[in-house]
Design a protein around this ligand. Structure first.
Ligand code: S3P
Length: 448
């Protein structure tokens, strides 16, 4: 695995419009899960459309270290798994780079094996909270050593006698839910996660696809869902087609939305309702987006998104929508900066735990580019006047791919170019981002 690239400044120049037809890269969340479940299944799983971003390659390396065979030829990935609870002790520390999803989900798999394993990551991942997965996994019988504040590196002392639990999620997190469900695969009995607010359900969908029994029921007399996995299933190898990533498609979509004259088709975008909050919000803002050719790919709803430029207006984005668009607030802030009026985004506390403190990173980027805004502990308010923002700033990305890509798109739609100090994190989720955008009419270049 290549070490993360040296910091590289990128600069995006304003253009008049975006147009053309592209395919979004593979969905990052689905790609991680396909590799992990393929590794825990018996037989050979074939994956097409896998995202080859650094984060997913970290997961591939980790499941290899656990004993899965993972090979790629002509963009088809084949995973020969070790079966539930059948992984081997990794010979070395698992380095998960920038990838929170790898770290949180693998913690569930590692904790449910009778060996000790070690995980670390880059400067961003080592700052992110792991307590949220250690706490339920401790209840299930695993032990951990961590740095102050529950930070990585972690030592995980696993057990193959996991105790099934009923666990109410204290934060709306698909990573925590998935971690517990994956650990529950190697527990004798039924493990239940209670989710007050619905988060992305790729793990549940894919577990079923691999033959596990997963039951979902409303919480009686309460809010949310109970998600139960029955332990010790025999997961069987399957074929998986990974849909395009709605979070990656969002960058081109937003830039085209706010530039009248744009006409863009993004093909094969996952539109799972638990991921599609940004698209709903953009439509409320007056965006011209149509979902064409709606179909199912690999158990996930998919559509081609046809976008034409328009003048957007500010809206209120309610807090309960946050889990369905948690990764899209940085690019929504760009749309809001171009819209006429005020956009209020509420319920954003979780943004502070992402690859960077995303709320602060976004606010600082807006400030550097002359966008009027107000940030609070868990909200962001952005004022636009319906014209292109001034731009002209240099934005710090703090090892956060989505900050880098969002502010490059701000440069595409502003009056002056916008630079980011370090574009190298983009490869974690969207290799080829600049070339793809430039193919649609953007002008993103290496800056000095
Ligand atoms: C993800 C869940 C979200 C999201 C992340 C991917 C996943 O994180 O921000 O990019 O694949 O489950 P949280 O579970 O921390 O909200």
């Amino acid at each position: 695995m290549a070490a993360s690239a040296a910091p590289s400044r990128l600069i995006a120049h304003p253009v008049r419009r975006l147009s053309g037809r592209v395919r979004a890269p593979g969905d990052k969340s689905v790609s991680h899960r396909a590799l992990m479940l393929g590794a825990m299944a018996l037989g050979e799983t074939t994956i097409t459309g896998l995202l080859t971003g650094e984060d997913v390659l970290r997961t591939a390396a980790a499941v290899r270290a656990l004993g899965a065979q993972v090979v790629e030829q002509d963009d088809v990935w084949r995973v020969r798994g070790f079966g539930v609870g059948g992984g081997q002790e990794p010979a070395d520390m698992l380095d998960l780079g920038n990838s929170g999803t790898s770290a949180r989900l693998l913690a569930g798999i590692l904790a449910s094996h009778r060996f000790t394993s070690f995980m670390t990551g880059d400067g961003s991942l080592r700052r992110r909270p792991m307590q949220r997965v250690m706490e339920p996994l401790r209840r299930m019988g695993a032990r951990f050593e961590a740095r102050e504040g529950g930070r990585m590196p972690l030592a995980i002392v696993g057990t193959d006698e996991m105790v099934p639990i009923d666990y109410m999620l204290p934060v709306a997190s698909a990573q925590v839910k998935s971690c517990i469900l994956l650990a529950g695969l190697n527990a004798a009995g039924e493990t239940t996660v209670i989710e007050p607010e619905a988060t992305r359900d790729h793990t549940e969908r894919m577990l079923r696809h691999f033959g596990a029994e997963v039951r979902v029921a409303p919480v009686e007399g309460g809010r949310g869902k109970r998600i139960t996995v029955v332990g010790w299933p025999e997961l069987k190898a399957r074929d998986i087609a990974v849909p395009g990533d709605p979070s990656s498609a969002a960058f081109a979509v937003v830039a085209a939305c706010v530039k009248p004259g744009s006409d863009l088709l993004v093909e094969n975008v996952g539109v799972n309702p638990l991921r599609a909050g940004l698209y709903m919000t953009l439509k409320e803002m007056g965006a011209d987006i149509t979902f064409e050719n709606e179909r199912e790919v690999g158990g996930e709803p998919v559509a081609d998104l046809h976008v034409r430029g328009a003048v957007l207006k500010g809206v209120d984005v309610p807090p309960d929508r946050a889990p369905t668009m948690i990764d899209e607030y940085p690019i929504l802030a760009v749309a809001a900066a171009c819209a006429e009026g005020t956009t209020r985004m509420l319920g954003l506390a979780e943004l502070r735990t992402k690859e960077s403190d995303r709320l602060s990173s976004v606010a600082a980027g807006l400030a550097a580019n002359g966008v009027r805004h107000e940030m609070g502990a868990d909200f962001l308010i952005v004022d636009g006047d319906g014209r292109a923002p001034s731009g002209g700033g240099l934005v710090k990305t703090h090892l956060d791919h989505r900050i880098a890509m969002s502010f490059l798109m701000l440069g595409v739609v502003s009056r002056e170019p916008v630079a980011v100090d370090d574009g190298s994190p983009i490869d974690t989720s969207f290799p080829g981002f600049a070339a793809l955008m430039n193919g649609l009419g953007a002008r993103i270049e290496s800056g000095s």
